[in-house]
Design a protein around this ligand. Structure first.
Ligand SMILES: Nc1ncnc2c1ncn2[C@@H]1O[C@H](COP(=O)(O)OP(=O)(O)OP(=O)(O)O)[C@@H](O)[C@H]1O
Ligand SMILES: O=P(O)(O)OC[C@H]1O[C@H](OP(=O)(O)OP(=O)(O)O)[C@H](O)[C@@H]1O
Ligand SMILES: [Mg+2]
Length: 285
């Protein structure tokens, strides 16, 4: 039987949430301790646990068909690789930063400067576009310490909350790109495996859609129903059912997670009562 081969980060920031996405897609993986390869019991899939930074090469060579990887790593090492889905976790930026004490004017300030980074291609392409030449000092981790120990004038690294920059007396001055975890596809994927990819993508989309939405139930006095319904979106339109108590209705709908608190406040003002909010497990359109 043909199986789709997926690369997942072995250990690190992407590992847990990548496995959670597969789990939410109903895919069970038989994981032995320290296993580098595992199979699914209920989906034709083999999982390879690899270093994030090595994954673009494996995709390019067709050793794996798909992967969950940081978009920033593809920008750095895998420009020929296709992104099938953005997965909405591990959101971060790749930025240039300088010591807080430095007066920063523009990207031209990097001319002739030494920049420490683990993302040389990203920095070089960014600076080339701006017509700036700098010297790179390539290191594989703890990049933010470089200016403090005299190794570099500036750094380029991942920024999320900004606390690592802050702790090292640095300030972000240029955001080169924004990134999140993505489902990436090998340019060598076969037609048969592409069919499996489509099945997986269908499941992932249902899972992501559900993660972004809440199911809301509320009670409304009938004389206020019109005003309440105007506030509500829904997959098609809200469901309205009569309550046993005459003059009242129960309203069911789906609300975008990000708009949720705003809408709830308005619903209360419009006369809604007994509002229940429930998570949605899957959402198929
Ligand atoms: N602080 C952060 N906040 C959010 N996402 C991050 C953060 N740091 C890294 N990421 C994202 O998670 C990915 C994996 O980061 P992690 O530090 O676990 O591994 P790595 O050192 O880049 O890779 P490798 O698996 O090769 O050791 C990064 O490529 C990036 O996309
Ligand atoms: O803006 P922040 O929220 O502080 O996050 C940014 C930091 O997170 C990552 O390091 P990580 O913790 O993954 O360590 P690593 O260098 O060992 O990969 C990244 O390399 C930055 O140093
Ligand atoms: Mg890291």
């Amino acid at each position: 039987m043909t199986k789709i081969r997926i690369a997942i980060q072995k250990a690190g920031r992407l590992n847990e949430e990548s496995l959670q996405v597969l789990k939410d897609c109903g895919i069970s993986i038989d994981n032995g301790k320290d296993q580098l390869k595992a199979s699914s019991r209920n989906f034709p899939m083999e999982v390879f646990y690899l270093r994030n930074g090595d994954i673009p090469q494996y995709l390019r060579d067709g050793v794996v068909d798909i992967a969950i990887i940081g978009e920033n790593v593809l920008v750095e090492k895998g420009t020929d690789i296709i992104i099938a889905e953005k997965l909405g976790f591990s959101k971060c930026k790749v930025s240039l930063a300088v010591p807080k004490s430095v007066k920063y004017n523009s990207v031209n300030d990097f001319e002739g400067k030494r920049i420490a980074t683990s993302y040389p291609n990203t920095v070089l392409n960014y600076l080339k576009e701006k017509g700036v030449k700098a010297d790179l000092h390539i290191i594989s981790g703890s990049v933010e310490i470089a200016p403090n120990i005299g190794l570099a004038d500036a750094i380029c690294d991942i920024v999320s909350s900004g606390s690592t920059l802050f702790k090292n007396n640095l300030k972000e001055v240029e955001v080169m790109l924004t990134s999140e975890a993505v489902l990436a596809v090998s340019p060598k994927i076969t037609v048969e495996r592409k069919e499996l990819l489509e099945k997986l993508q269908f499941r992932i989309q249902s899972v992501l859609r559900a993660r972004g939405s809440k199911y809301v139930l509320l009670n409304a006095p009938n004389d206020k129903l019109d005003g309440i319904l105007k506030l509500l979106p829904g997959m098609r339109s809200p469901t309205v059912l009569p309550l046993a108590d005459e003059g009242w209705s129960s309203v069911h709908t789906v609300i975008n997670k990000d708009k949720f608190w705003e809408v709830i406040d308005e619903l209360k003002k419009a006369g809604a009562e007994g509002i229940l909010v429930c998570p949605i497990e899957k959402m198929v359109l």
